[in-house]
Design a protein. Structure first.
Length: 505
RNA sequence: GGCGCCGUAGCCAAGUGGUAAGGCAGAGGUCUGCAAAACCUUUAUUCGGCGGUUCAAAUCCGCCCGGCGCCUCCA
């Protein structure tokens, strides 16, 4: 079996700002480092979009036959909310507000984060190192930077001298001169260059931080940019293939990582072959005020009776490199679309036969081990075309909207044999992760948080309605239907009787 | 002040030189006591505005309008 298949994968690299063909450092393998969450609060939907993006990237590489290693950090060290001494430590602030230890805070929000990832069907990274487990590594990293002359000491800590590496800020297309002239240049409190950043922050002499460690530069905590450099190079080696993160990291965090890596590696190379950044989820007006503050969690979506995978599907409808407009209308629209897709796949499964459906479901249950070549083997010409469409879309910088368009088209293609169509659905599922074969449309219906009707009450009402219908008391029957509708329950009358489901709030 | 992004039908959105994917909603139909659900059919002479380049532009260039991100922690 070839190590890779399909068209060359084109990825938009932030360093060159160009589409570049993916050529791995090691043939047949791909290493990804994804900037993970700081666990001082719940992840919001925008954060989660970033992880859906990295998951798609990973699934596409797997689909194309690469052996993928993905590393995602968990930032459980508090970092200051500003570069000035007066800044607050996010972790410590959360701990103080909630009267819990910083370690409790970290554990709680890490667990919540992992639960969100699972709900979204995001494959767990191969490694999820916590920053606090790598303090010694970061200290060693700094020692090397210090020995190579990239650092200097200020009263409040150890700093990286960005003038010691060539072309600082290229990744972010930073205009250093322009920033100097600007009105918003931060207090440099002795920094040699405005862009210099902290590698080790000393605890104030008169107080202790809740999280602090001893180091050659005094007791304190590592600089925020350090952990990603240390852990990415430790787990993936240098150079490694792909580094991902939100677009907001392109200008500061990742520029600093590049500088650190260059200083550390000492060969004029940052050790990262492709930098990929996802755009933001943006909040339009819509009914967003309902949750005011714009802090929307996955739980917020669940409370509306909307399945987590609907959010995944919603994100897949847009390019990861374009801002995505969030709105409830759009999300519910995605829900309706995803539901119809599931209904069609279920119909295909019925036509293809239970044995085939079960076999295919099991074959794609684990994208890490799924045999794409075997799945795509007996496929009629008319079906092959859709596989080519899928590959072409994904190879074009992970164009999932196009992949979804192909999926919709193939599900409506009457010329396809049911087995072929279902096989294609299985292949699409490997990359999309919307549980096409492992879930049904019914599974998408969730009870909204404020739904008042109980299942028993609903059953009783339906029974009463059916009796009224039998007696041709349609006024009563319709009144019951309206009552159920008002309660968020959708009635479905069919030849086999009446069923019901929850509607999104 | 600097750097960068976006603006395509009611909504989300693909498309970046060759004459507008896909989904949702809407409309019509089948079904139904009527509906809903489901299924079938259908829906942008037009891509924020104004100029320009070109045989040809949503796609390239200029200006303008609107929205957003980063420059301080942030996906």
């Amino acid at each position: 079996m070839p190590a890779t298949r399909g068209k060359p994968l084109q990825l938009f690299d932030s360093m060159t700002r160009m589409l570049r063909e993916f050529v791995p450092v090691r043939a047949g393998k791909a290493g990804i480092y994804s900037c993970g969450p700081t666990v001082y609060n719940y992840a919001h939907l925008g954060n989660l979009r970033a992880y859906l993006f990295t998951d798609t990237l990973r699934r596409v590489l797997l689909f194309k036959g690469y052996a993928v290693t993905q590393v995602m950090n968990i930032t459980d060290v508090g970092h200051l909310t500003s570069d000035a001494d007066a800044g607050e430590d996010k972790m410590e602030k959360a701990a103080a507000q909630q009267h819990r230890s910083v370690w409790d805070i970290a554990r709680h929000y890490t667990d919540a984060f992992l639960a969100d990832m699972a709900a979204l069907n995001i494959l767990p990274p191969d490694h999820q190192p916590k920053a606090t487990d790598h303090i010694q590594g970061m200290i060693d990293f700094n020692r090397k930077l210090e020995a190579a002359g990239h650092t200097y000491l200020l009263p409040d800590g150890l700093y990286f001298d960005t003038s010691t590496v060539p072309d600082y800020g290229r990744l972010g297309r930073l205009d250093i001169e322009g920033q100097k002239a600007g009105a918003r240049v931060a207090d440099t409190h002795g920094k040699r260059n405005p862009t210099d950043f902290c590698l080790w922050r000393k605890s104030p002499a008169d107080s202790r931080r809740l999280m602090e460690w001893d180091s050659p530069w005094g007791t304190g905590a590592p600089g925020w940019h350090l952990e990603c450099s240390e852990m990415s190079l430790r787990f993936l080696g240098a150079p490694f293939d792909i580094h991902t993160g939100g677009i907001d990291h392109r200008q500061v965090h990742h520029c600093n990582e590049v500088a650190q890596n260059m200083g550390f590696l000492g060969n004029g190379d940052a050790g990262v072959r492709y930098w990929l950044h996802n755009e933001f989820l943006v909040l339009g007006d819509d009914k967003m005020s309902k949750s005011k503050g714009g802090f929307l969690r996955l739980q917020t979506v669940l409370d509306q009776g909307i399945h987590p995978l609907v959010y995944r599907y919603f994100c897949l409808q847009a390019s990861y490199r374009k801002p995505l407009e969030f709105g409830w209308e759009g999300l519910k629209g995605a829900g309706a679309g995803l539901k119809r897709i599931h209904l069609r796949v279920a119909e295909l499964a019925a036509r293809a036969g239970a044995d085939t459906a079960t076999r295919l479901r099991d074959a794609v249950a684990n994208p890490l081990t799924a045999d794409v070549a075997a799945l795509s083997t007996p496929l009629a010409d008319g079906a092959r075309r859709y596989l080519a469409d899928l590959d072409a879309a994904l190879s074009d910088d992970l164009n999932t909207p196009r992949a979804l368009a192909a999926l919709n088209t193939l599900l409506a293609d009457d010329a396809l044999a049911a087995t072929d169509a279902l096989r294609l659905a299985a292949l699409f599922e490997l990359v999309l992760g919307i549980r096409l074969l492992a879930m049904t449309a019914d599974d998408l219906n969730l009870r909204a948080k404020d739904a008042a009707l109980t299942d028993d009450r609903i059953s009783a009402l339906i029974e009463e309605r059916n009796l009224a219908r039998k007696n041709r008391d349609f006024a009563r029957a319709d009144a019951i239907r309206d009552e159920l509708d008002a309660g968020g329950v959708l009635i479905k009358d069919g030849p086999q009787g009446t069923t019901w489901e929850w509607k999104p709030a």
